[in-house]
Design a protein around this ligand. Sequence first.
Ligand SMILES: NC(=O)c1ccc[n+]([C@@H]2O[C@H](COP(=O)([O-])OP(=O)(O)OC[C@H]3O[C@@H](n4cnc5c(N)ncnc54)[C@H](O)[C@@H]3O)[C@@H](O)[C@H]2O)c1
Length: 252
Amino acid sequence: MRLKDRVAVVTGGGGGIGRAAALRLAEDGAAVVVADIRTEAGEETVARIREAGGRAVFVSVDTAVREQVFSMVDEAVRAFGRIDILFNNAGVGTRALYTLLELPEEEYQRVIGINQHGVFYGIQAGARAMKDRGGVIINTASVYGFVADRRQFAYHASKAAVAMMTKAAALELARYNIRVVAIAPGLIDTGIVSGWKEDPRIWSAVEQAQMRRRAGTPEEVANVVAFLASDEASFVNGSVVFVDDGAASFKR
Ligand SMILES: NC(=O)c1ccc[n+]([C@@H]2O[C@H](COP(=O)([O-])OP(=O)(O)OC[C@H]3O[C@@H](n4cnc5c(N)ncnc54)[C@H](O)[C@@H]3O)[C@@H](O)[C@H]2O)c1
């Protein structure tokens, strides 16, 4: 139980990578605060953790709203006494694959608000709660923070920001013994990409972007998150760990 007695907060814990990570962190012994904008989905994750004998509570949050992120952290501290691990994972894709020339300002702001500003609020709120004892903050970036595709402008901007915020935060928070790292997943089979799955041609084209031509599972990402959250990763700091079957490392 490498995370025994640790307290973890997972945003976007109601589905996909966040749910798998919440389950995995609980399996490793952490008490988990499952935070999501979707109450039913988040409660379902909590129920699964409890069924498996773990400790978890649900907190409702819209990570794009600063006060809600700070309240989430306060509620986590109230529930379990402190926070050791914060996984800033909640994120969205664009509602439609807009070209840059057509991308509505409102859609750009929505994606940046959740994916970028939400992570900033999380880092700040989490670090304030961790600064006396140390801790680990893990942010979900993406291969798309490093490699450009068409019609993904806002998403690219938001995920590149997550990668750089991770490095800057790690440098500033080192004095408090808070590690800050990011993961950059490639294509992972979750709700965020379910629209692509409806068209087998699109799905098989995006699968080709991984070296072994398949999507990853949320559990394959959760394994890395649990490692990064643990003391086994005690010298990993300020870096982005790609969980992408090489997607960011070769020319298609
Ligand atoms: N699936 C992929 O291929 C992939 C690749 C790279 C990065 N990512 C990133 O992984 C993260 C998790 O996504 P996923 O793939 O598990 O998708 P998902 O849609 O299954 O899960 C995202 C979760 O975040 C929640 N959420 C969305 N907006 C929120 C908000 N404003 N406040 C609180 N919760 C909110 C959703 O309700 C959902 O439970 C995202 O940051 C995403 O950008 C995913």
